[in-house]
Write a new protein. Structure first.
Lengths: 251, 696, 312
């Protein structure tokens, strides 16, 4: 099985995000791995552990810092890593999906995993776009994947525990909502060992695509309202909440 | 005295005993040698001598349980005396006419002046009484009053043999031995007194008055007394009382590095052809000095008494760890279960849950009279569990992931670290951009936690007021890694050290000051191993100096406060930082009361070693809650209507104890404050109302 | 090329989701400004399609479209969009829409905006990105665009009507699909239905661990409420998915929604913002939830919960 994971390196929303012009000031934010990609890497490794094969992680190197992420993925169980050297921190999903598709094509994947979404998917997610470029079916919102005999059985979640099971003849692209198990922890010593021994294949970006969106403005949302804040010690807060609920007949 | 036949039997028995003893101790030494290389020990003969002196004066046991320690002292001196007594007894048996009673007047050859012999007889006689008394106390304590300190809670993993009562059996054997041996010896002396009482042998004389003298009696009692010895010495190598021999050696080979410096995850010593995985999975993955710990331990459970995790009903007992190690080794080396050594320590010695309950407060190591380091074993076990992919607590995993990504455990962006400083009413220098005298290493909690930031800002104001030239490293500072290392994530620790070393490399400074005892510990004791040699000060020391130099002066004496002070583990027990905070409190003019558990004996708040990352877990009274009660009891015995304050010098303490005051329902009775808040009040520095309003 | 607006509606178990009506309502407003028609597209059977206030409704039914199938639905919508050449295609940024919008965009080379919260008559779109930390205003190039809109962005009432649907056969052959629907997954039986509760206590990442769920459960019981949560709590396995509120969970509208340790990611807000009384307790005073909640407190949720338990 050739298992491929397409990942996105995205600005961290743990910080306040500074804006420059009409977009995020990419020079002064930290980049992190999309949180759903942690799930999709885990799901890919789980599939490999179940049926064998190799896991190749592919990502676009936007700010020349992707190596750390790829090493982490290898430490978690991926076998190979490929980076598309773009050096374009603002590359949108359309561009990344195109470049990734070109890089993935040569790997003749049986199954491609991507995170179901990312917080900067302003022009849509890379998963379905890769599926479109590679002419494979796509199912997102997936929370478990089993592979047997060239067929994947996936559970897609709609909402509130309601979902559907699909069987898909491979190859396909899977948008992972959550891996079947919580992502494992990779001890840093292992990551550092990987960093010293692993090789990362490098490919040039190839192909061209654009979101076709022009950014006119980017700003923190204007708060339309604000909660009436209850001050005081936790005890006082608790007392006021209880009082409030009682006054409305809710407690 | 002995007949020829008896002599032959005695010599054969003695040789057999020596043979078994040799085999016993050789087995132990072989087992110890299988452990990993330990950190280099310097001047071993010197340390052994020092340990010998400490043992001789019983210095290390008086750290706790004073009365029982005195009893132990009696046992110790009694048994030392008996080493000589047994020797002279053997000579009495083997050499015709060698008889020490009545000052040795019946000895047919010139031996020693009667005065010396009488002194010896007196000591032996009195010590026999003390020994009997002491052993009876110990017996009563274990078997009659059943002191709970000698037991383990149900949720603690115990070796099946221990569960089946092996410890009690071992104790009983030794108790019976001492009673029989000493009793028989006294009796044999009593039987010898055929000329009436010997004033230098009061107990034997008293016995003589009851049993009279008897040649047969002498023989029988002599055989009982020395026969026991020949049995017990080889037996000791197979029981927990190996302690008699191994504890002085263990004490002499105890940790020499600073308390705050953990042993490396893999031995520094390179052994050709051997590759060590980090940490410990099996008992012989431990450094040999810590395999030795198991043999030195007499299972007194003093470490369990002081363990905050044990107090908190967690399944951890540092003592059980050593006890289990001991019985595991016994089964594997003396018994027929060598394969048990291949079982993971987490199945044989300590449960995984217990491993993750340790706060790394060092109280167990500090209190141990024989120099054991159960805490170091726990950290080694954690290290290997992490490498082996053991599923760790989700809170810890989140913290570690954030530390790897953001350099802090609170999932905050790096740029937010210096946000508090940017809100100050005066500029706070960026030490990575301009030279400063004091580089202030702020730490995660003080940088990010809304509950602590007001104190952080106050420290800045006081430093500023005192004209201290200081700066912080803003986004370049990463978590120092103290707790990361103690959680067992050695690789991440190294990564954090490298990040901080790079930041320090960019900065120009004379010394480091830190408000966080945890950062303080690792910067001071562990960074030097990575090339970071600086003067590192805790802010209490820096503040005290500022007062002493007159750069800060007390304008308002705070005599309206009644305070007590909690020594943070990583400032106090680890690094001896006891005096500066107390001197500061004295300068401020508060009414100061010491809690019963203070300084070295301080009781952990429960947050260290990664516990704070685990969120709230177990039910039951938390260590911090117990500590608040201790403070209130202290105040009760000094009643007055002054405001009662619990003073801390650690951001984690601020959080833990503020919580504990609330959860114990003691708001209004006691308030937790950082020492900086008192200093601000005394020096007359206030929070600017405007700046705070903006921040809010 | 037309100035029509196609709305890809979504339905399950014979019911259209709220977002379908919201989009149709907005499409009507935009279409009248642009001089085109708002066309609701209903794919799949087993539903009464005559419920929209659209200018027209196209109902494509086929045996292969009986259940949501991203491959089949994608092919049908692609063919329909090619045929109609609308000015704008609207999807919900939902479990189904997320499978289709970006795919269609890449397939047709048409601009696509996601996380859309606002659309102007000039088709300028306001997108809520970066976990709600930033709002972006984007303008799509060219004469066709795709908008994947966040649920709850527009009023649903404007989309409700009774336009008679035109039934149409599938414009493409759905004979050899790679994706096959196997079965529906229903929530595990026996668990509480949080959508029918009048009171909910909801916990987020701040609850810290599975072992702390008990405290929240106790509080919920004391308030005669049910316990619900945000996505991370479910992903971590602390509560079953049936308790999840939000985009990938359930939409709830209780009389009381007491939030403990939920910061308020846009995906969560989607599921609960129409609750009648929202009270949020969070240690981060800047948590976005405080812009939505009626009452808020920056405090430790454990302490508040414990103190409330004592009072109840």
């Amino acid at each position: 099985m050739n298992i491929v994971v397409a990942i996105k390196h995205i600005p961290s929303i743990a910080d306040d995000l500074p804006v420059s012009g009409n977009n995020v000031d990419f020079d002064s934010v930290d980049f992190v791995l999309n949180e759903f990609d942690e799930q999709s890497i885990e799901q890919a490794v789980l599939v490999k552990e179940a049926v064998g094969g190799t896991v190749t992680v592919v990502g676009v190197d936007l700010i020349e810092e992707l190596d750390n992420i790829l090493h982490l993925a290898i430490a978690k169980g991926a076998d190979k890593a490929v980076k598309v050297t773009a050096d374009e921190p603002g590359a949108d999903s359309h561009m990344q999906a195109k470049w990734l598709s070109e890089a993935i094509k040569g790997l003749s994947p049986d199954i491609v995993f991507a995170g179901v979404q990312a917080s900067n998917d302003l022009d849509g997610q890379i998963g379905p776009m890769i599926a479109a470029h590679l002419d494979m079916p796509y199912i997102g919102g997936v929370s478990s994947v089993e592979v047997a005999d060239g067929t994947a059985t996936v559970n897609k979640e709609f909402a509130g525990g309601v979902g559907a099971k699909y069987s898909v003849s491979l190859p396909m692209v899977v948008g992972v909502q959550a891996a079947a198990k919580p992502p494992r922890y990779a001890p840093i010593s292992k990551v550092r060992q990987v960093a010293q021994t692993a090789t990362i294949d490098t490919v040039e970006p190839s192909g061209d695509a654009s979101s076709g969106l022009t950014f006119k403005k980017m700003a923190p949302p204007v708060a339309t309202g604000h909660a009436e804040m209850i001050d005081g010690s936790p005890k006082e807060v608790a007392a006021k909440i209880v009082e409030l609920l009682k006054s409305k007949g809710l407690a | 005295m002995l007949t020829t036949v008896e002599k032959i039997i005695f010599i054969l028995a003695a040789l057999t005993s020596v043979g078994f003893t040799y085999h016993g101790f050789k087995t132990i030494v072989d087992s110890i040698r299988k452990g990993r290389p330990a950190p280099e020990l310097k001047d071993i003969p010197g340390s052994l001598v020092k340990a010998g002196v400490a043992v001789l004066f019983q210095q290390t046991i008086f750290k706790a349980r004073k009365v029982l320690s005195a009893i132990h002292m009696g046992l110790f001196f009694g048994l030392i005396t008996y080493a000589f007594v047994n020797l002279t007894d053997a000579l009495e048996g083997l050499i015709p006419g060698f008889d020490l009673v009545y000052g040795g007047k019946n000895i047919p050859f010139k031996f020693l002046p009667a005065g010396v012999i009488n002194t010896f007889n007196l000591i032996a006689d009195v010590m026999s009484g003390i020994l009997l008394f002491a052993i009876i106390v110990m017996f009563v304590r274990r078997f009659i009053t059943k002191d709970k300190a000698l037991t383990f809670r149900d949720n603690i993993l115990l070796n099946p043999k221990v569960l089946a009562g092996a410890q009690a059996r071992d104790s009983l054997i030794v108790d019976v031995f001492v009673v029989m041996h000493v009793g028989a010896r006294l009796l044999s002396q009593a039987y010898r007194l055929n000329e009436g009482p010997d004033p230098f042998m009061p107990i034997a004389s008293f016995l003589n008055s009851m049993v009279g003298s008897s040649e047969v009696g002498v023989h029988v009692a002599w055989w009982v007394s020395l026969g026991w010895v020949m049995f017990i010495i080889p037996y000791l190598s197979r029981s927990k009382h190996t302690h008699f021999f191994m504890s002085p050696i263990n004490l002499g080979l105890a940790k020499q590095n600073p308390r705050g410096q953990l042993d490396p995850a893999v031995p520094l010593k390179v052994i050709e052809g051997t590759r060590f995985d980090p940490g410990a999975k099996h008992v012989h993955d431990l450094a040999w000095t810590r395999v030795l710990d198991a043999y030195a331990c007499v299972q007194c459970n003093r470490c369990q008494d002081v363990c905050p995790a044990n107090f908190y009903q967690r399944p951890l007992s540092p003592s059980a760890l050593e006890v289990n190690k001991r019985y595991l080794l016994k089964e594997a080396t003396f018994g027929s279960h060598p394969e048990k050594l291949l079982l993971p320590l987490t199945e044989t010695v300590i449960s995984p849950e217990a491993v993750w309950s340790c706060t790394t407060c060092y109280a167990c190591v500090r209190v141990c009279p024989v120099g054991n380091e159960p805490m170091a074993d726990i950290v080694d076990i954690r290290r290997r569990m992490l490498i082996d992919g053991y599923e760790i607590d989700s809170g810890v995993q989140n913290a570690l992931q954030s530390l790897a990504t953001n350099g802090n455990w609170m999932s905050k962006g790096k740029r937010l670290r210096g946000k508090w400083a940017k809100e100050m009413e005066f500029p706070v220098k960026d030490a990575t951009a301009e030279p400063v005298d004091h580089l202030w290493f702020v730490g995660d909690t003080a940088s990010f936690d809304e509950r602590v930031i007001p104190n952080t800002k106050m420290v800045a104001r006081i430093f500023n007021q005192a004209g201290l030239d200081f700066g912080i490293m803003y986004k370049e500072e990463s978590n120092a890694g103290n707790d990361v290392r103690r959680v067992g994530e050695e690789g991440l620790f190294e990564q954090l050290v490298e990040q901080n070393m790079a930041a320090f490399g960019k900065s120009q400074f004379q010394r480091i000051v830190t408000t966080d005892p945890h950062s303080f510990n690792t910067l001071k004791n562990e960074y030097p191993q990575f090339g970071g040699q600086w003067e590192v000060k805790h802010y209490t020391v820096t503040l005290l100096r500022l007062f002493e130099e007159g750069k800060l002066t007390v304008k308002n004496k705070l005599s309206n406060y009644k305070v007590t002070f909690h020594d943070p583990c990583y400032l106090g027990r680890y690094n001896g930082g006891f005096t500066a905070p107390r001197k500061l409190l004295e300068l401020l003019g508060v009414e100061f009361h010491e809690m019963p558990r203070n300084c070295e004996n301080s009781f952990c708040c429960g947050a260290g070693g990664g516990q704070i990352w685990m969120g709230k877990v177990a039910p039951g009274e938390r260590p911090a809650e117990n500590r608040i009660k201790e403070a209130l009891t202290t105040f009760e015995s000094n009643a007055s209507d002054k405001k009662q304050l619990f003073i801390v010098t650690c951001p984690k303490d601020m959080i833990m104890y503020s919580d504990a005051v609330k959860t114990t329902g003691n708001e209004g009775r006691i308030e937790v404050r950082d020492i900086i808040q008192l200093i601000a009040e005394a020096v007359g520095v206030e929070e600017p109302a405007v700046a705070e309003a903006v921040a809010a | 090329m037309s100035n029509d607006i196609l709305v890809i509606t979504e339905h399950m178990d014979g019911k259209f989701s709220d977002v379908s009506f919201e989009l149709v309502g907005k499409a009507k407003e935009l279409a009248s400004a642009l001089g085109g028609q708002a066309v609701a597209v209903v794919v799949g059977g087993g539903v009464d399609a005559n419920v929209f206030a659209s200018d027209a409704t196209i109902h494509i039914d086929d045996a292969a479209l009986g259940q949501f199938n991203p491959e089949a639905y994608g092919k049908v919508i692609e063919a329909l969009v090619k045929e109609k050449s609308p000015r704008l295609v609207m999807f919900g940024w939902t479990a189904t829409g997320m499978d289709l919008a970006a795919w269609l965009s890449a397939k047709l080379g048409v601009p696509c905006a996601a996380y859309v919260k606002e659309i102007g008559s000039d088709l300028m779109m306001g997108c809520q990105a970066y976990g709600g930390k930033l709002m972006a205003e984007v303008a799509p190039e060219g004469d066709m665009a795709i908008a994947a809109c966040l649920a709850g962005s527009f009023p649903a009432e404007a989309g409700q009507g009774s336009t008679a649907a035109t039934a149409t056969a599938s414009p493409v052959d759905l004979g050899s699909l790679k994706v096959k629907f196997v079965e529906a997954i229903k929530p595990e039986g026996g668990d509480v239905d949080i959508t029918s509760q009048t009171k909910l206590v909801s916990v987020g990442r701040g609850i810290g661990g599975k072992e702390n769920i008990e405290l929240a459960e106790e509080l919920a019981q004391a308030l005669d409420a049910a316990l619900s949560c945000s996505r991370p709590v479910v992903d971590a396995g602390w509560l079953p998915r049936t308790r999840q509120v939000g985009k990938s969970g359930l939409k709830v509208k209780p009389k009381m929604y007491l939030m403990l340790g939920i910061s308020g990611a846009p995906e969560h807000l989607e599921g609960m913002k129409s609750a009648e009384l929202i009270i949020a307790v969070n240690t981060d005073k800047k948590a976005p939830i405080f812009n939505v909640a009626h009452y808020g407190a920056t405090a430790d949720l454990f302490e508040v919960a414990e103190a409330m338990l004592e009072l109840l």
